[in-house]
Design a protein around this ligand. Structure first.
Ligand code: SF4
Length: 298
């Protein structure tokens, strides 16, 4: 299947982008594997005619916003995101109206409808930089992840930040209790956590960062064991790039079922038949574009 996908990709001048949370074999067939920020940048930079996005729906939408002339295909149209779904555009518009002078910073894990109501998008890689680009006398609305929002508020010392009450069902499930038990069993292990985890988890972590930052940390740190509090798809890259080190899931059976909907068969199928295309009206696209471009400039 991998060989067939590679041949088809060349024939159609297509590129496959995959998130670190995708299945290992999907990451292996991809031209580019990254976190949300790197994938958005790769989508904007590619000169391929077709982008197959082995991630979730909002990522495909972001690629389409940035590359309207390209065909963006999703292997499975059911690949959604609980975090994006936790922020409805009509409800968010009402929330935003309560703080008319605030600057709206939204995580890219949102629909185009939310991006249209946003001043600057961010990812977990650049969130602090984006927050710091807003003048200190300005209030900030942060959406949709309450855990990342709380973490950024603390880190930046921005008191005047209001946070939407959304969460990712995968990251919200990790617990400090379970991590502390694992740490007792593996005393030399370092705990790495994604900022979408709850505050109690971040408080016991040795390192907090985006998926790419976590990968860099485990690659450069001398520890031999790591307890990993983010979606376990990342373990594929960790194990491949760090053969002498051991990686322990902070919570077993905590996969993002949306990311795992992307299979080799579905990638082949959507590319062969050019189905599951992301379509946006020009109005939707241009309304969402400004906040993404601002993020990329920062
Ligand atoms: S891990 Fe969470 S934030 Fe990421 S795609 Fe899955 S549901 Fe969305």
């Amino acid at each position: 299947m991998t060989e067939r996908i590679k041949a088809l990709k060349a024939e159609k001048n297509a590129v496959i982008l995959a998130h670190y949370y995708a299945r290992g074999e999907v990451q292996d067939v991809a031209d580019f594997v990254g976190d949300s920020l790197a994938l958005a940048e790769a989508a904007a930079a590619t000169d391929a005619d077709i982008i197959v996005f082995a991630g979730v729906h909002f990522m495909g939408e972001t690629a389409k916003v940035l590359s309207p002339g390209k065909k963006v295909l999703m292997p499975d149209t059911e690949a959604g995101c609980s975090l994006a779904a936790s922020c409805d555009a009509a409800d968010f518009a009402l929330f935003r109206a309560r703080y008319p002078d605030h600057v709206v910073v939204s995580y890219v894990n949102t629909t185009v409808g939310i991006k249209a109501l946003t001043d600057i998008c961010c990812t977990s890689s650049n969130a602090l930089r984006v927050i710091e680009s807003v003048p200190r006398d300005k209030g900030i609305i942060f959406a949709p992840d309450r855990n990342l929002g709380r973490y950024l508020k603390e880190l930046s010392g921005r008191e005047n930040m209001v946070i939407w009450d959304g969460a990712c069902h995968v990251h919200d499930k990790f617990s400090a209790e379970k991590i502390l038990a694992l740490r007792s069993a593996h005393p030399g292990a370092k705990v790495v956590a994604h900022p979408e985890c709850r505050a109690e988890v971040l408080a016991v972590a040795d390192f907090v960062g985006s998926t790419s930052a976590i990968l860099m940390f485990v690659g450069s740190n001398d520890a031999r064991e790591f307890i990993v509090a983010t979606e376990p798809g990342i373990l594929h890259s960790m194990r491949r790039d760090n053969p002498g080190k051991a990686f322990i899931e902070a919570l077993e059976c905590n996969e993002c079922e949306y990311m795992k909907l992307n299979t080799l068969e579905k990638i082949y199928d959507c590319l062969a038949r050019e189905t599951n295309e992301i379509t946006l009206s020009e109005e939707e696209r241009t309304a969402a574009l400004g906040s993404i471009v601002k993020m990329l400039e920062i």
